[in-house]
Design a protein around this ligand. Structure first.
Ligand code: FAD
Ligand code: GLY
Length: 376
């Protein structure tokens, strides 16, 4: 079998792999992106698209800092993608309300607001009356933490835009599953069913399926799926939800096209079970109606699912293998892969260039996080 050579091979065409391929292609590298199905059709197209740099973080630390960094990159990232591809990823700078549905939760959220404000981010506690005034479609609350800088994008459009950008700058092969990779001298040999490739660098970005790709050395953490089901509704009448409303067990994300995404289940034992279930749709609709009674007459549109890629520590594993720098991992973005796409593209580009990493990126490097101990 003839071997084709590239500078970099990327396995996996979700937002993470496509963004990395695009950035490396822009930097003048010869890149091959291998996607086993259709590019962009994994978790990335399923996501709710929240940029929850503050919303999703319950403590300060490297993930919080990484999320803030990535969120701050989004406006320029969206503009650049539009210039490159003509696709508008529908960035909405409309903020988020983290709702408290009990007194204890209100106290926890006030504390969260305090440390986030101290770190320089914007977060304001709203009384129940202020919350109701801001979002009349919501039911009673114990108040809310207003996070004006946590916006959202249309995840399917982000996936399409990155796929288009990768196609402009790199070679993309769909229907090309990476079966195995092997470090070979200074490079890596990569096998698909009907081809062998060689590259200076190999980047594993196969989302929740990354743990199943056979490799030497193997991925230094267990990466697996956490199934999430979600649905979309379209409000009746003229009242609109202005910003994302996020409560324990349910979130409602208003999109620029007028729809609202309601999500999402967190199914840790479902593995790759691929059905939208009656139980999930029922419980999401029930929770949505409870938190926003003003949406009871909204039209149901559709329901779907995705598999969040997660690691034992729930942290991304990003960067070169501790022993073989030609092998780079970009996996485990779990609940925040859309948020973390721009910064991950930057991290991996720096890793390939041998550039230096700021301190707060190092926590995610293989061999640094506790995941490194959990060898398959
Ligand atoms: P994926 O998008 O899954 O892409 C992996 C790709 O690799 C797939 O296309 C797959 O076909 C391919 N592949 C697999 N094996 C191979 C192989 N052997 N060879 C070649 N290709 C292979 N994040 C946010 O930031 N905000 C949100 O609001 C948000 N909401 C979410 C809601 C739900 C219900 C879910 C499921 C996820 C959500 N996420 C959210 C998380 C986000 O979607 C993921 O973290 C992110 O999409 C992961 O991107 P990825 O490129 O790593 O994986
Ligand atoms: N970040 C939202 C989710 O993963 O459901």
């Amino acid at each position: 079998m003839k071997t084709t050579t590239y500078d970099v091979i990327v396995a996996g065409g979700g937002v993470i792999g496509a963004c990395i391929a695009w950035r490396l292609g822009q930097a003048g590298r010869r890149v091959l992106l291998l996607e086993r199905g259709k590019i962009g059709m994994g978790a990335s197209s399923a996501a709710a698209g929240m940029l929850g740099a503050q919303l999703e973080m319950d403590k300060p630390g490297p993930l919080y800092r990484l999320g803030l960094e990535s969120r701050s990159m989004y406006r320029a990232f969206a503009d650049e993608l539009f210039e490159e591809t003509g696709i508008d990823i529908q960035l909405a700078d409309n903020g988020t309300l983290r709702l408290a549905l009990g007194e204890e939760e209100a106290e926890r959220l006030r504390l969260r607001g305090a440390w986030q404000t101290e770190s320089g981010a914007r977060a304001q506690w709203l009384t129940p009356a202020e919350t109701a005034r801001l979002e009349p479609l919501l039911g009673p609350t114990y108040g809310a933490l207003h996070l004006p800088d946590d916006g959202n994008v249309a995840a399917p459009l982000l996936s399409q835009a990155l796929a288009a950008a990768a196609r402009i700058r790199t070679d993309v092969m769909e229907g090309a599953e990476v079966l195995s990779y092997r470090v070979d001298g200074k490079g890596v040999v990569v096998n698909t069913l009907d081809a062998v490739f060689q590259a200076e660098f190999f980047i594993l970005a196969a989302g929740a399926w990354s743990g199943g790709v056979a490799g030497t050395p193997s991925l230094p953490a267990r990466v697996g799926p956490v199934k999430g089901q979600l649905l979309s509704i379209r409000p009746a009448g003229s009242l609109r939800l202005q910003r994302t409303a996020f409560a324990e067990g349910i979130y409602l994300v208003p999109k620029r096209d007028g729809s609202i995404i309601a999500g999402a289940t967190e199914e840790h034992d479902a593995r790759f079970q691929n059905d939208v279930t009656v139980e999930a749709v029922f419980s999401l609709l029930k929770a949505a109606r409870a938190v926003a009674p003003g949406l009871a007459n909204a039209a149901f549109e559709r329901a779907w699912l995705g598999f969040r890629p997660t690691t034992p520590s729930s942290l991304p594993l990003t960067g070169p293998d501790p022993v073989y720098p030609q092998l780079i991992y970009a996996v485990g973005h779990y609940r925040n892969g859309i948020l973390l796409t721009p910064v991950t593209g930057k991290m991996i580009a720096e890793a390939v260039d041998g550039g230096s990493w700021p301190e707060h990126w190092r926590a995610f490097r293989p061999g640094t996080t506790q995941d490194a101990q959990a060898i398959n």
